[in-house]
Design a binder for this molecule. Structure first.
Ligand code: NAD
Ligand code: DAU
Length: 358
């Protein structure tokens, strides 16, 4: 049994679908532990409703009693912690929830996992893994000529979001160093792909473009992000879980540095091709607006370690991944409409009744 927290979110739901369909000899069932915040969308995993390998529990990772009970009941061999508040803009306006979930919630998982593992047989203790999914934002910002972030780069988080992720990474490190908990930490760059919540740049631009709304670019649009197609991130996490060395961290990235304005122009051009407007180009909707406070200028990941040590490298280029992404959004107007209207928030209740859980 594998525990996945935050499995109803963007990367978590891609991971669960990917894991359960992969044919690499893994035969685990998955327990998805998700509080279902605004970012959790169980509809992403509707296709697994009849799959006996998939179980859902609507639980807050900060709830010590409930998490302890789940460990005792399901006895996982590993836990992968995706659960987090993930949006930088929200962390600027209301940081509290970021501290509660990202810091206190991760602490709670570590503490419950430590106690649970202590009662396992020696071989099970050795095999147990706590994989913590983190971000490149913990390293702060790069200048134009700086080398990409390697695993030895000092932490310098700049937003409440990245500070909360950095704090959780430090706790994970401390639990390995102090208690010998077999932890693995991954620091990944910007993901994109199916099920991406349209508050983030790429899905926001695609969905706003199709709704004939402005495409908001913060500041001058010359900030750089390093884009990774989400299925490549999922493959990397499976690799780290299977072969990563306890106590180590692995940077994951797509070797795809792009300025935001170039990303938005690419999306507009692709939409012009795949879903043309009656007149003009989607580029006409681009609107420059006030910059994000404290906006990091450039992120870039050196993914050399995971390639050398675990043999992982991304399969998608930015061009192939972005085309798949735009095509996915064009093929899934109902998913987009449900997310935009908030209808997805009631989906669980409609399917299984109020207060549904394991
Ligand atoms: P997301 O916001 O789409 O999903 C987060 C999920 O966590 C949601 O399903 C939400 O309901 C759940 N959740 C939130 N608080 C919870 C709590 N207290 N208890 C249980 N569940 C809770 O996030 P995402 O983009 O899928 O990111 C997943 C993880 O990957 C995060 O830890 C994030 O920091 C990290 N990450 C994301 C990216 C990216 O580009 N999206 C890049 C690097 C790392
Ligand atoms: O780098 C990894 C991080 O990537 C993850 O840890 C975060 O969870 C994830 O949300 C993402 O953070 P960003 O802040 O980089 O992603 P976002 O999509 O919000 O913004 C991408 C860039 O686009 C960033 O420079 C801000 C800019 N932007 C964003 C939005 C929403 C705009 O110019 N306009 C917008 O409307």
């Amino acid at each position: 049994m594998l525990f996945v927290t935050g499995g109803a979110g963007f990367i978590g739901s891609n991971f669960i679908l990917d894991y359960l369909s992969a044919s690499d000899g893994q035969d685990d069932a998955i327990l998805n532990i998700d509080k279902l915040t605004y970012a959790g969308n169980p509809y992403n995993l509707a296709g697994l409703a009849k799959d006996s390998r998939y179980i859902f529990s609507q639980t807050d990772i900060g709830d010590q009693t409930a998490i302890t009970q789940l460990f005792q009941q399901y006895r996982p061999r590993a836990i992968i912690n995706f659960a987090a508040e993930s949006h930088v803009d929200r962390s600027i306006h209301s940081p509290d929830e970021f501290i509660r979930t990202n810091v206190n919630g991760t602490f709670n998982l570590l503490e419950v996992a430590r106690r649970y593992r202590a009662e396992l047989a020696a071989d099970e203790q050795a095999a147990f893994r706590f994989l913590h999914v983190s971000t490149d934002e913990v390293y702060g910002t790069l200048g134009p000529d700086d080398a990409p972030f390697s695993e030895t780069r000092p932490y310098a988080p700049n937003s409440p979001y990245s500070a909360s992720k950095a704090a959780s990474d430090h706790l994970v490190r401390a639990y390995h160093h102090t208690y010998g908990l077999p932890t693995l930490t991954t620091n990944c760059s910007n993901n994109y792909g199916p099920f991406h919540f349209p508050e983030k740049l790429i899905p926001l631009v695609i969905t706003n473009a199709l709704d004939d709304k402005p495409l908001p670019i913060y500041g001058d649009g010359m900030q750089i992000r390093d884009w990774l197609f989400v299925s490549d991130h999922c493959t990397a996490i499976r690799k780290v879980l299977a072969d990563g060395k306890p106590g180590e961290t692995y940077n994951i990235g797509g070797w795809n540095e792009k300025a935001n304005i170039d990303v938005v122009n690419t999306l507009c051009d692709m939409l012009d091709q795949l879903s043309p407007k009656a007149t003009g180009s989607y580029r006409d909707q681009i609107t420059f607006i006030k910059d994000r406070p404290g906006h990091d200028r450039r992120y870039a990941i050196d993914a050399g370690k995971i390639q050398r040590e675990l043999g992982w490298r991304p399969a998608e280029t930015f061009e192939s991944g972005i085309r798949k992404t735009v095509e996915w959004y064009l093929r899934h107007p109902t998913w987009v409409a449900n997310v935009r209207s908030g209808a997805y928030l009631n989906w669980m209740e409609r399917q299984y009744g109020a207060g549904s859980s394991t």
